[in-house]
Write a protein of this length. Sequence first.
Length: 186
Amino acid sequence: MSDEEKDILIKAAKSADRELTITLFKLDRTEKVKRTTGILLEETIEELEQKRKAVEEQAKLIQIENERKSLELEEARQLQLAMLPKQLPSLPNMNIAVYMQTATEVGGDYYDFHVEEDGTLTAVIGDATGHGLKAGTIVTITKSLFHSLATNENILETFSKISKVIKDMKFRQLSMCLTMIKIKRK
């Protein structure tokens, strides 16, 4: 073999050696990238799993809170319905009928009756501003006041006393629109 052929073979071997070194370097980097990517994927999957569990826990807490609030609203609705008369007055020459459908679980709608011994009927219909617990509170106060003042002959005085008590409670935006009628038997 000539020197020239030897040089060509040496150059080819060196070139092949460089290519092999580069290829090995690339393979090594690829393996490192794969390992790093695998670790990152595992960490990401772990984080996602932790976040999923946290979201599930939060959803359970929200569901429990919603169920609790729904139960409270239902209890408040039942209390509101319990505030209404269980039976309507039965008076000669007078038919009384009522119907109430609230817009929400607890509304501020109210009606009531008081019949005195002489047959005088005092009827009241009202609507508290807003809905929910605050409106229910106004209805409760109004019902108590109505029952304690219904025998008063003077409706204006009764309204004045009811208004004063509610205003003195300083509920700010809350109020009760009220209509009252007194029908005397002849």
